[in-house]
Design a protein around this ligand. Structure first.
Ligand code: WTA
Length: 676
């Protein structure tokens, strides 16, 4: 723990909000809600574990029912619905055709308001997914168990690609479109993909971004790493027009739009996948430099996101649902694609930024499409409030439910969301969870528990969270003391493991509070989330932030080590320390403290080179707010960089006692630079 304490953590700079008053869900919401049975919490009590999860499995269509609900004989490698067989693409598409083939499955909303919105019915989705699956199988030779990296913007073709992979049992690994070529290449190599699926370009904030360039760079980087991208498949953003200035490389690249016509009318029987077969990989930052892939299952994951979409997001087949997240993150996988489609709802994929061409865009779209469920992050809410605080009132839309996810939401921001965006007509759920979890850990059930601004709420039905102190003692409710949030029980949405690294999976999530390494009893293996949290007397959890060296920038997880290693690539840099600084819009933004090699003098150019390197290596989301070129970094006598001290300086808070450092005088020098 000594080590962890010397790292900066988001918890340390967390705002200590007051306890807030409750808000009741509107009666109009409760009257129509999917889950109104107050006995659900009893039914989902720990005594009934794991049997209550049968209900989740029963929400899906199975080729073969499961024999064993939970196989926990090899902790912490939990396996759900063992013996069962199903296909995710079948559950998200085919099973809706009989009754709802003419209903819209996906709306694609281009960023430009001059371009038409595309409505894709379940039947049309069925056709497109089958034709693409046939192409991927018969021409590209992809087979069950192969991995494919997908680096695409927010377009319908991305969801079609994921579902086509799922139909074949091919494991998709979607990389956020805004990530760099380097990040894409690292994920290609780690997952062992030989095929990359991409797009020529896309529209963002009114500008055309040439995306194909990243594929070329990624292919070169993969080659340098001793692997090969054998095929690069390119969708055209405007079908029939190849708009990238980077040419199609002979033998490697194929424009999908040119060849897909040959598969017209082709149908592909969905593969009968085992429940515990991998559906997809999703990379996320951890506490070491290298991003790791959470490996999600077919049966457990799909049942979990289906149940969470139904009970917490209150999704019904009649709803028009807009989640503004990117499909390249777990939120988009679970709550744009798999959850809503499994329930037969209409889900919106919006290409661009929320404030294009102006801050009224989301509300105009809500009015035009009659959206009734809206899902976004505190960062987006903060920025929409800043640039257009009065915009929502100008549009005639009515949300029944609104969601926030990804970061703690300030009570003040919450109230704007509830009063102004929701017009006091909508229930709000603050959903706490992680890439590794598949779906929600904490949230209110909207028709059963009141909302409390700034608190996610209790564990969702079936999830039993607990807060431990550093010694492993349980911190009871209502003490006002923070600790480490853990989950007592396994759940079906939990990842199968870390791709290719079982030891890291055990070490990161299960070793911290494991009571007995030899135990075969799941009760001895609480899941360690890596977040600080507080539990109020009413059983609501308030999440304080990461306790490891991960920072949460605008709801995106970044490893401080990843940013530091991008900084160290710049010549002249000796050492670098990244800290989490409070930011009005992004919640947290990285600042980098850099010491230079002897003989190198600080300059604006050098600062700029560091910014450029971070953007190039990781992507614009990691762009530091500030790079401080300092004479030296504060260190302990054993040579450890004191990031906590630097974070206090960046956040204008007390640096504490620094007299025991090896170089205490440097603290004052840096403080003068930063707080001038
Ligand atoms: C943070 C996103 C406060 C938390 C789904 C977690 C939250 C990390 C909330 C996971 C919330 C997520 N309130 N903090 N409602 N939701 N977080 O993997 O620190 O991108 O560990 O998954 O975001 O981020 P990830």
């Amino acid at each position: 723990m000594a080590d962890q304490q010397s790292e900066v953590s988001a918890t340390e700079i967390a705002v200590h909000w007051q306890e807030e008053e409750y808000y009741e869900a509107p009666a109009s919401f409760v009257a129509q809600a999917n889950l109104t049975d107050p006995t659900v919490y009893e039914r989902f009590s720990l005594e009934n574990f794991p049997n209550y999860y049968r209900e989740f499995g029963e929400m899906l269509d199975w080729y073969k029912p499961w024999d064993t609900l939970l196989d926990s004989t090899n902790p912490p490698f939990w396996r759900w619905f063992v013996g069962g067989e199903l296909n995710a693409s079948y559950n998200c598409i085919d099973r809706h055709l009989e009754k709802n083939k003419n209903k819209t499955a996906l709306y694609f909303v281009p960023e430009s308001e001059h371009d038409p919105i595309e409505a894709i019915t379940y039947q049309e989705l069925f056709v497109r997914v089958n034709e693409l699956a046939a192409y991927l199988r018969d021409s590209i030779g992809l087979r069950r168990g192969d991995r494919v990296t997908v680096h695409m913007p927010m377009v319908a073709e991305l969801a079609v690609t994921m579902l086509a992979c799922a139909r074949l049992g091919v494991i998709h690994s979607v990389v956020f479109g805004g990530f760099s070529a380097q990040a894409c290449a690292d994920r290609v190599v780690d997952s062992g993909s030989t095929v990359l699926i991409t797009m020529d370009g896309y529209w963002r904030d009114g500008k055309w971004l040439d995306h194909k360039e990243k594929a070329d760079q990624a292919a070169a980087l993969v080659h340098e790493a001793g692997r090969e991208l054998e095929k690069v498949l390119i969708f055209e953003r405007h079908p029939g027009e190849y708009r990238s200035s980077f040419s199609v490389v002979d033998g490697r690249d194929i424009v999908v739009n040119d060849v897909i016509g040959q598969y017209k009318g082709k149908r592909v029987d969905p593969e009968r996948m085992k429940a515990e077969d991998t559906l997809f990989l999703m990379y996320t930052s951890g506490s070491t430099g290298k991003p790791k892939a959470a490996q999600h299952s077919t049966g457990g994951y799909l049942s979990y996101v289906t149940a969470m979409s139904k009970y917490i997001l209150d999704v019904k087949p009649t709803d028009v649902y807009w989640c503004m997240a990117d499909i390249g993150w777990i939120t988009g996988h679970s709550f744009i694609v798999y959850g809503p489609l499994s329930l037969g709802a209409s889900s919106i994929i919006y290409e661009g930024v929320p404030t294009y061409p102006d801050a009224g865009r989301p509300w105009r779209l809500a009015e035009q499409m009659d959206i009734n469920i809206f899902h976004t992050s505190p960062t987006a809410i903060r920025s929409l409030r800043k640039v257009g605080p009065d915009e929502p009132a100008k549009y005639n839309y009515h949300f029944k439910l609104m969601v926030t996810v990804g970061e703690p939401i300030e009570p003040d921001v919450w109230r704007w969301y509830y009063n102004v965006v929701g017009k006091r007509e909508a229930a709000v759920v603050d959903t706490y969870w992680q890439t590794e979890n598949g779906g929600f850990l904490c949230s209110t059930v909207p028709a059963l528990k009141p909302m409390k601004p700034g608190s996610a709420g209790p564990g969702v039905p079936g999830i039993h969270p607990v807060i431990y102190d550093d010694e492993g003692n349980e911190i009871p409710p209502g003490t006002g003391k923070g600790g480490n949030i853990c989950i007592r029980n396994p759940w079906p949405g939990s990842m199968l493991g870390i791709w290719g690294d079982p030891d890291r999976y055990v070490a990161t999530y299960y070793s911290r509070y494991c009571k007995d390494r030899n135990s075969k009893d799941w009760r001895d293996w609480p899941y360690f989330a890596g977040d600080g949290a507080m539990l109020a007397a009413d059983g609501y959890f308030r999440i304080l932030g990461r306790i490891d060296d991960v920072i949460n920038v605008a709801g995106h997880r970044l490893g401080t080590k990843e940013i530091e290693s991008a900084t160290l690539k710049v010549s002249g840099v000796a050492e670098a320390a990244v800290v989490a600084a409070h930011d009005e819009i992004k919640g947290i933004s990285p600042e980098i403290f850099v010491s230079l090699q002897p003989g190198v003098s600080p300059s604006d150019e050098l600062g700029q080179q560091i910014v450029d390197s971070v953007v190039r290596e990781i992507g614009p989301i990691a762009r530091p707010r500030k790079v401080w070129l300092v004479p030296d970094l504060p260190k302990t006598r054993s040579g450890k960089i004191m990031r906590r001290v630097l974070a206090s300086i960046s956040n204008d808070s007390d640096v504490g006692d620094v007299t025991s450092l090896a170089n205490p005088e440097i603290v004052e020098a840096i403080r003068e630079m930063v707080q001038r």
